[in-house]
Design a protein. Structure first.
Length: 156
């Protein structure tokens, strides 16, 4: 018995099967007929370690496929967008608070758009969602995400 559990008889059968132009499954059957039980992967691995190659392709024979249709050309990439307008005060370092937004159905609602609210302002949601969401916008209580009034309200 050689290292790895392969006997010299098994190795001879593998060399003989390769010279007889047998494929992986046929080599497994050849070993099984001689009393050696090995999996196909074990046989292929041993052949690789021995430096031997199977000349027959493993698996089912390839069937001819129809040629692929040509692909449509890719759409051009959109141009890069530069942020301007309501975001510019953050980039410029200005600490001005945006003005409250007026909504026609409820009258004047104190609040600022979330996307333009200063970082150090109260982020209590007033109305809406996503980019249209309005938040309180008052100065935050120290160490809290909300103003003093909304901190009390959130602790109820």
């Amino acid at each position: 018995m050689l290292s790895g559990g392969w006997s010299t008889k098994e190795l001879e059968l593998l060399r003989q099967g390769i010279s007889d132009d047998l494929g992986g499954p046929q080599l497994v059957l050849l070993l099984a007929e001689n009393g050696f039980m090995r999996t196909r992967n074990a046989v292929l691995g041993q052949l690789f370690r021995m430096g031997l190659k199977i000349s027959k392709p493993v698996g089912r024979p390839a069937t001819p496929r129809p040629p692929k249709a040509p692909r449509a050309p890719k759409a051009p990439k959109p141009a890069k967008v530069t942020v301007t307008g309501s975001y510019s005060w953050r980039k410029a370092g200005k600490a001005t608070k945006p003005k409250p937004v007026e909504l026609p159905d409820d009258g004047k609602i104190e609040g600022v758009p979330f996307v333009t609210a200063p970082f150090d302002s109260c982020s209590w949601p007033i109305r809406g969602e996503g980019a249209a969401m309005l938040v309180c916008g008052a100065s935050r209580a120290e160490g809290k995400p909300y103003c003093a009034g909304h901190v009390r309200r959130s602790a109820r």
